[in-house]
Ligand binder design. Structure first.
Ligand code: ATP
Ligand code: MG
Length: 444
């Protein structure tokens, strides 16, 4: 296994001082999968105090010492080294009430959540894999270390972590582990909401439709608003799928970005509540975008999602039924209203939504390719989209005789509207002439 120099240095320093030191967890798993590890966590039988002695010449990060973790700083890099420990009970399904340092690697590996995460490697000792993680990886299985139900009772976040690892690494959840996820899913309610949000986000970024379908009981446990969507027949020729299945496909079809994946998951959360069949029995969902946006707002507030993300997701949901059109003037208006990112995200969501109905619908393709091309064109032209892009400023208008206040603001907005609608070029002279007329009209 190829290790960064800083990691090799730490292992060598600890071994020279008579301690054991191993790379552990995600980096070993990722290496065996042929993936580039994101970070290298080390574990050792040295206590934090002993690490202070071994790493006396280096600056250290000591904030995690209570839990046994010391960070050794090499320039911009920090190598985190944690004393072998076993976790006590998790009375709040959140933090171990206490951590107990232990002397053997095996005890430390035994506290870890899944066999594929419970392997260690050192350059001098090779691989340590007491729970069969390597064999599970070869079989494509995600299996809890020890009794799955007991492990989920200790820390329910492991249920969500397991879903995430399965989705991200393409592993099947071993049968008993999956049964335990189902059995213990009620414990997800006791987790801190921000932990649930952060883990769900990671799941969404990795998920394919089949993952969200398979894990639906746990997803519905944390987002009960999605429950009615499951199996909900839309009675529509546009939709071959029930609402939840459609949602799962939209998530998969969306770019792997947090805002878009959340918007995809929640975009039709208001559908069931607005269902209204017409006299032919065909289903309609008038106003579901607005209703859904309000529900998403509540869900994301409850999950303590960052405000900025919540705002963007809810805006996308409330706009998702207003299709963008391949018309430059309209697109310029949208860019001005929603912002560049807002329009690009909306286009991505509408494309994913459109492509996930499971039927070749009777809706004509609104021309997504052409819309994207026109947006690029507008951006390349450096189109005037907001007041700050206008060729005139407030001071220019004041020089004409406007006084600071509402009339001046109104006039600037009118000038922008004229430019957006191609009634005036974004040029100083032309806009000043328009402003002059406006000044006379308001009689200032
Ligand atoms: P990632 O690639 O997402 O960082 P990772 O496996 O490194 O994956 P971390 O959350 O960084 O995951 O945790 C590092 C290791 O600590 C895990 O591999 C696992 O062995 C252990 N671990 C982390 N969280 C838990 C938990 N809640 N219960 C048991 N073991 C855990
Ligand atoms: Mg990690």
């Amino acid at each position: 296994m190829k290790l960064p120099q800083s990691v090799t240095n730490c292992i060598a320093a600890l071994e020279q001082a008579g301690f054991e030191a191993w790379c552990v967890g995600g980096c070993v798993r990722d290496y065996l999968l042929g993936l580039a590890p994101q970070d290298f966590d080390l574990c050792t039988d040295a206590t934090p105090e002993e690490m202070h002695r071994v790493f006396a010449p280096y600056p250290l990060v000591t904030a995690g010492e209570k839990h046994g973790t010391v960070g050794v700083i090499f320039g911009k890099e920090v190598v985190e080294i944690t004393t072998y420990r076993c976790d006590g009970a998790y009375s709040d399904s959140r933090h171990p009430d206490q951590v107990t340092f232990v002397r053997s690697l095996k005890e430390d590996l035994a506290r870890r959540d899944f066999t594929v995460n419970a392997m260690a490697y050192s350059p001098s000792q090779g691989l340590r894999d007491p729970f069969g993680g390597q064999a599970d990886l070869a079989k494509g299985l995600l299996r809890a270390v020890g009794n799955a139900a007991a492990r989920f009772q200790e820390d329910a976040l492991r249920i969500l972590r397991g879903m995430r690892f399965a989705a991200k690494l393409g592993l099947r959840v071993e049968k008993a582990t999956f049964q335990a996820m189902l059995q213990e899913k009620g414990r997800l309610d006791s987790l801190a909401r921000e932990r649930v949000f952060s883990e769900l986000t990671k799941l969404l970024l990795a998920a394919k439709a089949e993952d969200l379908l398979q894990f639906s009981p746990m997803i519905v446990q944390v987002i009960p608003e999605l429950e009615v969507a499951m199996g909900f027949d839309q009675h529509s020729p546009h939709h071959a799928y029930d609402i939840y299945t459609h949602i799962c496909h939209v998530v998969e079809a969306s770019p792997k970005e947090t805002v878009l994946r959340w918007a995809a998951l929640l975009h039709d959360v208001g559908k069931a509540a607005t269902y209204a069949p017409d006299e032919t029995g065909r289903g309609h969902f008038y106003g579901h975008a607005k209703v859904g946006a309000a529900m998403a707002e509540e869900i994301l507030l409850r999950l303590k999602a960052p405000t900025d993300l919540r705002t963007q997701v809810c805006q996308l949901i409330s706009r998702h039924m207003t299709l963008l059109e391949p018309d430059k003037k309209l697109l310029r208006r949208r860019l001005s209203q929603y912002g560049v990112e807002g329009v690009q995200n909306l286009l991505a969501l509408q494309k994913a939504d459109f492509g996930s109905k499971g039927v070749i619908g009777d809706d004509p393709d609104p021309g997504f390719g052409e819309i994207a091309r026109l947006i690029e064109e507008l951006l390349a032209e450096d189109a005037c989209l907001s007041l700050k892009d206008l060729a005139v400023t407030g001071s220019d208008l004041m020089a004409l005789g406007f006084r600071p206040g509402k009339a001046l603001g109104d006039c600037l907005n009118k000038l922008l509207a004229a430019v957006l609608d191609e009634q005036a070029p974004n040029e100083k002279e032309a806009l000043l002439a328009l402003a002059q007329k406006e000044l006379q009209a308001v009689g200032l």
